[in-house]
Design a binder for this molecule. Sequence first.
Ligand SMILES: Cc1cc2nc3c(=O)[nH]c(=O)nc-3n(C[C@H](O)[C@H](O)[C@H](O)COP(=O)(O)O)c2cc1C
Length: 200
Amino acid sequence: MTNPYILVLYDTGQGRTKELAYAIAEGVMNVGVTVKIRCVPKVSAVSEQVSPSIPEQGDIYCTADELSGCMGLALGSPTHFGNMSGSMKYFWDNTVSQWLSGSLQGKPASVFTSTGTMHGGNEATLLSMMLPLLHHGMLMVGLSYEYGELSRTVRGGTPYGVSSVVGTSHELAMTADERILAIHQGERLAIIAKKLSSHH
Ligand SMILES: Cc1cc2nc3c(=O)[nH]c(=O)nc-3n(C[C@H](O)[C@H](O)[C@H](O)COP(=O)(O)O)c2cc1C
């Protein structure tokens, strides 16, 4: 039997959402909880060729069992027109069996995104990612204003979850506030997941 773990599941184009995923994972590990970092396969407009089940590089794809077995979930996607990416949406459109079995019911979940511009829809993306998670019966964990960085940040970071504003050419490095908020988010999610799982 594997240790209880938090699943950090993300999609990324240029690697910026992945950076946030790793900062959140750092927060999860800070409170002594095991973390699994996974990504989702790309959806292609050309469907004659099936992509390999294990990616050639980077993090491995999330399996159905890894999703069902997590004690909590951090879900991240780049902002694509104010919404999660098509690949991430496709992933959730294939989770009917988890929905039927209720394997995510009552588990905490948290969302994160990276975005080109300040007002290009990062908050809308975060809210859009909550929708399938709420259908699965998950309990949403946001960021709290107890973290001073949330009031101070001049770029990403919202009460709905952490965001990172990367610039239209990905020229902006993650700010210290964005990074610290991502770590806090991982810590908060893991602490709540531990409390909830101790009641089972
Ligand atoms: C198809 C597409 C749509 C995008 N739509 C938006 C958008 O609505 N608002 C925005 O600020 N940035 C938008 N961007 C920029 C991405 O949000 C940005 O490149 C991304 O967050 C970088 O993260 P990644 O490296 O994980 O892909 C878009 C990028 C792509 C490829």
